[in-house]
Design a protein around this ligand. Structure first.
Ligand code: F6R
Length: 610
């Protein structure tokens, strides 16, 4: 949340900053700004998405080779130009950008105001520039002043500061919000997200919590810890496919990312799945293989869509690998005093690898002695680095705020993890081979479902009046119902609830009438007949029903209003197929409601605040 980028080097800063902000826009889009130091600090800011800032910059692009920029997702203070970063101190000689939340900002602000500082924004971040103004006045060295500033802050931050009296220098600090440093030749970059500067750098350094850095053109960064110990850190070379960060011929990132799903599922399986033997290998789990054999309980922690992937994993792993699994909302886990021991593994599922709640859950699990694992998409992200072992999902950059391809790769990884655990436990070889061979067919089956887009668009047209919807399913389809409802509400702003179909009669059925449609996910599985009874209960109350079921299931046509037919597969893998029509439906509905599916209201990707 909030994207930050800084540049210092031999070239003009503004073009890098603006291009970087465009790539970071998915991290926040309520306002943005850039500040460039060239004798004076010049700041340009605008409310709204980056294109608004760009319009302002056309008339007034600040010159200079050292600058900082920020795209905001509001926490404290409404979206407005005044609340946009960079923020200055009273003198105007200091400018800062900040990602995170300064928890003690009210106390600091009160004290600073009493000492004569004048605040121009409602943000928590502005205390940083004013405090720095004071510490600079009290200290001979700017580095010490920066350190003294940080000593007064409580909360989470990624900070970049620019000070007029130190041209060409960027002061950087990380505590809880990601910060990556990059370099090429004499140019130095700092960013909240390595992919945003991928085209311009040869390698990167990931700062860890409590680390600070001073960046200057041509020089190695000076990096020190909060204990004031100077350290040197490894440079990481990463091969990025920067083309994934562009929409190509698609109208939206979300559409492009949905269409990429057959390919990314293949990528997730490549070199890991040996279908003829019914086994899966993970290089990233080799080091902990022995310890994994001693694990008698797995706790999955995740948020949002990743949490629903975890719920699918719970069904898979308990059913076929025989390992007890609990799935926990990461935001609750840490605060409910979970009982964990050496025989517990805690598995984080996360696209970004930076979600603050999930990271906190993993840290909690670690302090209690659990083995920590990750199913992570972004290489080098904090959770990827802090877990003991893990699996990369290889979905590539996911820019659309609503997660689609990352979810599908998470479920694919969980299916393979089921084979991995299952073959060490009680999964029969014949069943494992059956699952693995079906898994190999999933990309083609997803491809065929994606071709249903015109039919699903027509359905969205037909139901575009709806203001509420239920998504219903049982066993493996219950998490797909939750996820389908989340997708619809976040991008089309239609109220939707996901329920296990069996729960309806325990309360929610009261809402059903002819204006309250239900999307029922009902492949012909173990509980198919039971789901049909739930459909009958809805129809008896005049509720419209759209069913998602197998090709060839013609019986259902007379029972419901509309049917989406999709290919059949092994029950355990069916969520990989049933999720696709729900994504397409949400996307089409979002367009019909006049929204930009890539930028859902009030949301941003990579939730780095608690
Ligand atoms: C919804 C969505 C979110 C994320 C959640 C966790 O479409 O994308 O619910 O799944 O914020 O994010 P990660 O996976 O980055 O930890």
């Amino acid at each position: 949340m909030c994207g930050i980028i800084g540049y210092t080097g031999t070239q003009e800063a503004s073009p890098f900053l603006l291009a970087g902000l465009k790539r970071l826009e998915y991290r926040g889009y309520d306002s943005a700004g850039i500040g460039v130091l060239n004798k004076e600090i010049n700041i340009v800011r605008a409310q709204g998405p980056i294109c608004e800032l760009e319009k302002t910059l056309v008339k007034n692009t600040p010159d200079g080779s050292c600058g900082i920029a920020h795209t905001r997702w509001a926490t404290h203070g409404v979206p407005s130009e005044a609340n946009a970063h960079p923020h200055r101190d009273c003198s105007g000689d200091i400018a800062i950008i900040h990602n995170g939340i300064i928890e003690n900002h009210l106390v600091l602000r009160r004290a600073l105001t009493l000492r004569g500082h004048v605040f121009k924004s409602q943000t928590d971040s502005e205390v940083i520039s004013h405090l720095l103004e004071e510490t600079i006045a009290d200290t001979d060295s700017l580095q010490d002043a920066f350190e003294q500033l940080l000593g007064q802050l409580t909360g989470a931050y990624g900070i970049v500061a620019m000070i007029k009296s130190s041209p060409g220098t960027l002061f950087v600090a990380r505590m809880g919000s990601p910060i990556v440093l990059g370099r090429r030749d004499g140019d130095r970059f700092v960013c909240s997200d390595a992919t945003a500067m991928a085209d311009w750098v040869d390698d990167v350094i990931y700062l860890d919590d409590g680390e600070r850095a001073l960046l200057q053109p041509n020089n190695e960064p000076i990096i020190w810890t909060k204990e004031s110990e100077n350290i040197s850190k490894q440079h990481h070379t990463i091969s990025w496919d920067t083309s994934v960060a562009s929409k190509k011929r698609y109208a939206h990132f979300m559409l492009k990312e949905m269409m990429e799903q057959p390919k990314v599922v293949e990528d997730t399986m490549r070199g890991r799945l040996i279908a003829q033997k019914g086994i899966a290998h993970f290089g990233g789990l080799e080091d902990v293989r022995e310890r994994l054999r001693e694990i008698d309980r797995l706790i999955i922690v995740a948020c949002g869509t990743a949490y629903y992937a975890g719920c699918v994993g719970e069904y898979m792993l308990e059913h076929y690998a025989g390992i007890p699994v609990e799935v926990e909302l990461a935001s609750e886990f840490r605060y409910r005093h979970p009982v964990i021991n050496r025989h517990t593994a805690v598995l984080a599922i996360t696209q970004s690898g930076e979600t603050a709640d999930t990271l906190a859950a993993i840290r909690e699990a670690k302090t209690q002695g659990a083995l920590t694992l990750g199913i992570v998409n972004v290489p080098g992200s904090t959770i990827a680095r802090e877990t003991d072992a893990g699996i990369y999902t290889r979905a590539g950059s996911e820019i659309g705020v609503a997660s689609t391809k990352a979810f599908i790769t998470q479920v694919t990884a969980l299916a393979m993890l089921t084979l991995f655990f299952g073959r060490d436990r009680n999964l029969e070889e014949t069943e494992a081979i059956k699952i693995a061979k079906e898994l190999e067919l999933i990309p083609d089956k997803i491809e065929s479902i994606l071709k249903l887009r015109p039919q699903i668009k027509a359905l969205a047209d037909k139901y575009q009046w709806m203001q509420n919807a239920f998504f219903l399913g049982r066993t493996y389809q219950a998490p797909i119902a939750y996820e389908g409802a989340l997708k619809l509400k976040e991008i089309s702003l239609i109220h939707a609830e996901g329920y296990s179909a069996g729960e309806l009669k325990h309360g929610p059925l009261a809402l059903i009438d002819e204006r309250f449609p239900s999307i029922v996910i009902c492949p012909r599985d173990e509980v198919y007949e039971k789901t049909l009874s739930n459909i009958a209960e809805i129809k008896a109350r005049k509720g419209p029903v759209i069913a998602i079921t197998d090709i060839g299931n013609t019986d259902i046509v007379e029972l419901v209003d509309d049917v989406i037919h999709i290919p059949s597969t092994h029950e355990m893998l069916s969520p990989l197929l049933t999720a696709i029509p729900t994504q397409l439906f949400a996307y089409e509905m979002s367009l019909l409601q006049g929204y930009d599916p890539d930028k859902p209201r009030n949301l941003a990707k990579s939730v780095t605040v608690e």
